[in-house]
Design a protein around this ligand. Structure first.
Ligand SMILES: [Zn+2]
Length: 404
């Protein structure tokens, strides 16, 4: 049985949707310019091996041994077949009037999203372009470098890799529990990169980051089924194209991917605000977690929000980041599975919403739809909800389609 589902397809406004030309192909990697991508340190990381005998965790050790004994077949993408339940048993409280129900926003299409931002989506009155900005607490996880996960698969097998996904997922939920206690929480869950092949697909670093992120996110969903205060909603969907039907070169599918995910998160925040307005004594919180893996950092890193969001959101974002880093790094190192001891990237394992790298290429010049000189905008991570580049992109899409 599916949870309650309140998103419907409109075109309530009767506005015709401009169609993109068929058959265009989009190259991967452009997402970096939009405010998320790989961290490129000045010096290569150390590759210090763990001493034999340091391994901790009997289960993980057993799994590692099993992986060595005989790896299971892997698919053509290099990721093991490890079936995970895609459809989760809905929580009973979803069906009760005493608790909020949240839409399956992963099904939201680009046109729904534009109507939302235009304030013309019937489900979300009062929404606007600014609904994209600072709507919740948020963190981006860069738990290990992607090549660490690839190395674990190559050396120890798919069961060991799966154990790491579970460990990371459990740490995410444990850190959220320490930040929020028993307060009802909607976890707006993003798995970085990916996307619909043929429209825009970005495999992420090493060609495998997106797959590791999806496996980790799936385990978060599985484990959250046992956490009564947490409702998980995906904000990514690889079956829906990240395309707001702008003509090239202004289509910028990497920006579209991040914008659509934030629209879905903002919809959840809108629903939470509706609930909270009527239930001041039992508020529900929203937290965005974007699962990534890094490149070249040599350590664990969480990107948290800065001072451009509300203090309560920044406080929860930073609190989560600290809790997660402090517990997850020793837990991963204790498995004995990693090819080297995970350090704290940047010395603390934390960084705020300012981009840590120079994009491979900058979006240059004036946005033809808004007149904004994009080269002057600050570079911030879109999934931390403070990117003025993203806001300007969405503004351009609204104007192009005549929605504002
Ligand atoms: Zn990434």
């Amino acid at each position: 049985m599916q949870p309650q589902h309140t998103i419907r397809r409109y075109p309530a406004t009767g506005i015709p949707l401009r169609q993109a030309p068929e058959g265009r192909q989009w190259t991967a990697g452009a997402g970096g310019q939009e405010g998320e991508g790989t961290f490129l340190p000045a010096a290569p990381p150390s590759r210090r091996r763990l001493l034999a005998g340091m391994a901790g965790g009997l289960v993980l050790m057993a799994l590692r041994g099993k992986g060595r004994a005989g790896a299971r077949p892997i698919n053509e993408d290099g990721v093991p077949h490890a079936p995970l339940p895609r459809t989760l048993t809905p929580k009973r409280r979803d069906e009760e009037e005493s608790a909020p129900a949240f839409s399956l926003v992963e099904e939201v299409e680009p046109w729904d999203g534009l109507l939302f931002l235009a304030g013309r989506h019937p489900r979300y009155p009062g929404a606007s372009l600014d609904s994209l900005m600072g709507y919740s607490a948020a963190d981006i996880l860069e738990t290990t470098d992607t090549d660490v996960m690839d190395a674990v698969l190559a050396r120890h097998g798919p069961a060991a890799l799966d154990a790491l996904y579970q460990l990371i997922a459990a740490q995410v939920l444990a850190a959220l529990a320490r930040v929020y206690g028993g307060q009802p929480l909607v976890l707006a869950l993003d798995a970085g990169h990916g996307g619909k092949p043929g429209v825009y697909h970005d495999p992420g670093s090493h060609g495998t980051e997106a797959q590791h992120a999806r496996r980790t996110a799936a385990w978060i969903e599985v484990l959250a089924a046992g956490a009564p205060s947490v409702t998980v909603r995906r904000i990514y969907n690889d079956a829906i194209g990240d395309d707001f039907f702008l003509p090239p070169p202004n289509d910028r599918k990497g920006a579209a991917a991040l914008t659509l995910r934030n629209i879905r998160g903002a919809m959840l925040a809108h629903e939470a605000a509706d609930w909270n307005a009527a239930h001041a004594g039992a508020p529900v919180a929203v937290h965005v977690i974007s699962v990534h893996f890094n490149a070249g950092s040599g350590g664990i890193l969480v990107l948290h929000q800065g001072s451009t969001v509300a203090p309560e959101f920044q406080g929860r974002s930073v609190a989560f980041a600290r809790e997660y880093v402090a517990a997850t790094r020793p837990a991963l190192n204790a498995t004995g599975l990693l090819p080297y001891t995970l350090r704290l990237a940047l010395g603390t394992g934390l960084s705020d919403d300012a981009l840590l790298y120079e994009p491979a290429f900058r979006t240059s010049g004036i946005n033809p739809y808004t007149g904004v000189d994009r080269s002057r905008l600050p570079r911030r991570y879109a999934m931390l909800q403070t990117s003025l580049m993203q806001r300007d992109y969405a503004d351009g899409a609204l104007r192009y389609h005549g929605l504002v």
